[in-house]
Design a binder for this molecule. Structure first.
Ligand code: GDP
Length: 170
């Protein structure tokens, strides 16, 4: 899960972990920034490790730069978040999408968060959707704080991971 500081990544993950789709397994707290959970969707259980990195942009790009191929190849999907109230966070999300554009086998979902803050909106729905057309990624607007569309995102994420061709080969 990537994105600028304050866009709502931690809030989003907290909503994931309290979702009705969470399986029976207890949450396993692997490392400070990693949590492994079991998600049950369509009667099928999937174990997902979420990585919520500190919002240090340089560090994010260093860790996930394409040359670091082994670490990169272990990632099935990127959730790239921005806040609809913060254009700078949208620009940062775009820089990440450009970084990932050649990683065709890694699913990318662009998440526009804080959809509840309609009066403070700085980035339109159409802007988010059109960059996703350009970069061939999924797009969803959510409100992590109000748990709006968060389950749709979780289900979409797991579907994307299951569709990953390299995962199917494994
Ligand atoms: P992070 O730095 O990306 O992990 O962001 P946080 O999850 O810590 O959220 C930053 C601030 O935004 C906190 O005060 C959250 O309560 C708030 N926040 C997160 N998601 C939403 C949302 O969907 N709507 C609103 N109004 N506030 C949110």
């Amino acid at each position: 899960v990537l994105g600028d500081q304050g866009v709502g990544k931690t809030t989003l993950l907290q909503q994931f972990f309290t979702s009705e789709f969470m399986g029976n397994a207890d949450l396993v707290f692997d490392k400070e920034y990693e949590k492994t959970v079991s998600v049950e969707i369509d009667g099928q259980e999937t174990t997902v490790t979420f990585v919520d990195l500190p919002s240090n942009n340089v560090k994010i790009l260093q860790i996930y730069k394409p040359q670091n191929s082994q670490q990169y190849s272990e990632i099935d999907a990127f959730i790239v978040c921005y806040s609809i109230t913060d254009r700078q966070s949208f620009d940062f999300a775009l820089s990440l999408l450009r970084e990932f554009r050649h990683r065709t086998d890694t699913a990318v979902i662009l998440v526009a968060n804080k959809s509840d803050l309609v009066r403070s909106r700085k980035v339109t729905f159409e802007e988010g959707r059109s960059v996703c057309r350009k970069y061939n990624c999924k797009f969803i607007e959510v409100s992590a704080a109000f748990n709006h569309c968060v389950d749709d995102l979780l289900v979409g994420l797991v579907h994307q991971i299951r569709l990953n061709p390299s995962r199917q080969r494994a």
